[in-house]
Ligand binder design. Structure first.
Ligand code: GTP
Length: 648
């Protein structure tokens, strides 16, 4: 039985002039939050678990909002113009991107029967592909959303393949048909040639105006298979996400496969074998609403006094204590692709910064944290991220949500040093040997590479080839995606490229050199031997550890020159001349000289005592030479900050 629900009837115009009457559940949560929802009436045939997958900005969050409105889960006026309900983080709203996948359960009536539709939102940016595969693990179907003006993009292809590999029912949806530049027929043909989609299966919508969205709701019911599970079988719940609540600890999001999960149950994790007592279960509606239980096929949250976020292992199976089950297949854990050091601008702020990083990491399971100390920057943390956007988002969240004042060092990828009997992975340039020779005993240095795909209009193909070559791409191949000429014909370019090349300026250059028309996606492709070395920067002959970089031989000159130029701009002048050098091993690659700050020691000398003036100047010179011999150059935190932010 449903408690505290009221029905409302909406008359909706469908595309093509049809109209339909839908019974929508307008929850009394709009007036007052329901205390509890009984879930046992929602048997598997009344449940659909789905996700929306698309290239970045093709309108997933906007469509999610329309679905939530149409099912009465949220009120229309609750949404600001560009504020998406599922994009809860400030950084998501500011940047208009989804970073953290959210789950929302909607209750809607079809054919006179209330159904539960569980929407598991997915982020669009390539950095967050892991979140996409995690979300899809809890679904039976996916809406494949394509922008009707932009067409199929690189990530449309990759998310399509992830969904297909998982055996999900895919519903093709063309969005933004309200745009003057929309070309639904052409893009439908593109989807047919790329994915084998039957054009008759495609639903054309405008998530912005709501046109066609009702048809999407109907298709979710008609085309996506319901989950299957048995109430009488032992409890098996798949843990696919977790949240952190300051008061209740870790809250796990689960998809119940078999059995019933209820308050007071004693449950255990297949992964850690730890046991817990269930304190509360419920659904995300879209805020947490407690329910009397979670039944087979249902998706919801469980609070069971987990203290550490590491206890909620993504991909884990939860079962009842004493009724062990075979764990469900999990999936590949998130792997850090980019590492950077994070240090406080004021070194005494480290304890506060470390606490903030730990708290933020509780809400972002894909970040890895380790302590690090640097002679130049003091105590800090070395963090691993899924990509540079992920890194940037984490930095912004630290600043926004924790008021942190930080320095982020240059990003680096994990390199592999091959020794005779072991492989060592390093994520910090300071750990890299000064020279790769007999003394270091390193047989080979390898770097991570990715399989990249770029989709670009034919007119920009030459520029893209050039971009790939300058970033050390190999195995280039291309094929035409659709017929036409100039900007209407599009080419898909595939290549293997070192990950370190794409964590720097690759993405910005891709966008600027293709006037924003190129889309890009990549997947890991293992490690490859590479000619790499450590570059250090010397100030007055002394190396600054936090500035060390790992560079490819072919980029040594350009990177060395670029960095010493930057350094000479940000370091404050000293009383003596400071050589700033970039060195690889014993070889100096580039040099700039920071001029001395010249105090006017002769200011107090009046008249024409030239010899006296010369003598004073001579003494100043000697003093400076002495200072230079003894003196180390302080690179203030502010200079570091300027240096690191000047790269963006
Ligand atoms: N004209 C028009 N604009 C739309 C439509 N749907 C979405 N948009 C706009 O497209 C932009 C991106 O929409 P989002 O819903 O944030 O896209 P997203 O796919 O969720 O983006 P990520 O979360 O970053 O992956 C926003 O400015 C929306 O207002 C539509 O049907 N028509």
């Amino acid at each position: 039985m449903l408690l505290l629900w009221s029905r409302a009837y909406f008359r909706i115009r469908c595309p093509g002039g049809r109209s339909a009457t839908l019974k929508c559940f307008s929850t009394s949560s709009q007036r007052r939050a329901p205390k509890s929802i009984a879930m046992e009436d929602f048997t598997c045939d009344l449940i659909r678990n789905f996700s929306i997958i698309a290239h970045i900005d093709h309108g997933k969050s906007t469509l999610a909002d329309r679905l939530l409105e149409l099912t009465g889960t949220i009120k229309k006026k609750e949404i600001g113009k560009n504020e998406q309900v599922l994009d809860k983080l400030k950084v998501e709203r500011e940047r208009g991107i989804t970073v953290k996948a959210q789950t929302a359960s909607m209750i809607h009536t079809f054919g006179g029967k209330p159904h539960v539709l569980n929407l598991i939102d997915t982020p669009g940016h390539v950095d967050f592909a892991w979140e996409v595969s995690r979300s899809l693990a809890a679904c039976q179907g996916a809406l494949l959303l394509v922008d009707a003006s932009q067409g199929v993009q690189a990530q449309t292809i990759s998310v399509f393949h992830i969904a297909q590999e998982r055996g999900l029912k895919i519903i093709p949806v063309l969005n933004k048909i309200d745009l003057p530049a929309a070309q639904p027929e052409r893009i439908a043909a593109q989807m047919q040639s790329t994915f084998g989609t039957d054009p008759d299966d495609i639903i054309c919508i405008s998530a912005k105006t709501g046109k066609g969205v009702e048809e999407v709701l109907q298709a979710i019911i008609d085309r996506i298979p319901p989950p299957n599970g048995m109430t009488t079988a032992p409890l098996k719940a798949f843990l696919f996400d977790s949240l952190y609540d300051r008061y209740r600890g870790v809250i796990s999001l689960v998809a119940v496969q078999d059995g019933i999960l209820k308050k007071g149950d004693r449950i255990a994790s297949c992964h850690t074998n730890k046991k817990y007592e269930v304190q509360e279960v419920g659904i995300m509606h879209p805020e947490e609403i407690p329910t009397n239980g979670l039944y087979p096929g249902q998706v919801g949250y469980v609070a069971c006094n987990m203290k550490e976020s590491s206890e909620a292992h993504i991909g884990d199976t939860l079962h009842r204590v004493g009724a062990a089950v075979d764990p469900m297949p999990g999936f590949k854990p998130a792997q850090a692709m980019v590492y950077a050091g994070i240090f406080p601008v004021d070194t005494s702020d480290f304890p506060k910064l470390e606490e903030s990083i730990k708290r933020l990491a509780l809400t972002d399971r894909s970040v890895t944290v380790q302590r690090e100390s640097s002679t130049a920057l003091g105590q800090g943390c070395r963090l691993g991220f899924l990509g540079t956007l992920h890194m940037d988002v984490f930095r912004q969240r630290l600043e926004d949500e924790h008021d942190a004042n930080i320095i982020v060092t240059a990003p680096t990828v994990p390199y592999k040093l091959v020794y005779k009997n072991k492989d060592v992975y390093i994520s910090n340039p300071t750990e890299f040997p000064d020279a790769i020779d007999v003394s270091s005993k390193v047989l080979e240095v390898q770097e991570p590479v990715v399989k990249a795909s770029i989709i670009v209009p034919e007119d920009y193909f030459g520029d893209m080839m050039d971009l790939c070559f300058t970033h050390r791409a190999e195995d280039l191949e291309h094929r035409y995606l659709d017929a036409g000429t100039g900007t209407s014909a599009r080419i898909m370019l595939n290549c293997v490229i070192p990950l370190s090349e794409i964590v720097t300026d690759f993405f910005d250059q891709l966008k600027s050199r293709s006037s924003g028309f190129a889309s890009f996606d990549y997947e890991e492709a293992g490690y490859k031997a590479s000619d790499l070395s450590k570059m250090v920067f010397l100030l007055n002959g002394k190396p600054v550890d936090a500035l060390a970089l790992i560079v490819h031989r072919s980029h040594e000159d350009s990177i060395g020159k670029e960095w010493v130029k930057k350094l000479v701009k940000v370091i404050p002048r000293q009383m003596f001349e400071v050589p700033i050098q970039a060195a690889v091993g014993k070889k100096i690659i580039a040099r700039e000289t920071l001029k001395a700050y010249r105090a006017d020691v002769t200011a107090g000398l009046y008249g024409g005592h030239v010899e006296r003036k010369m003598k004073v100047l001579e003494r100043q010179k000697e003093g400076k030479a002495r200072m230079k011999r003894m003196g180390s150059v302080n690179l203030p935190q502010e200079a570091f900050f300027d240096l690191m932010s000047s790269k963006k």
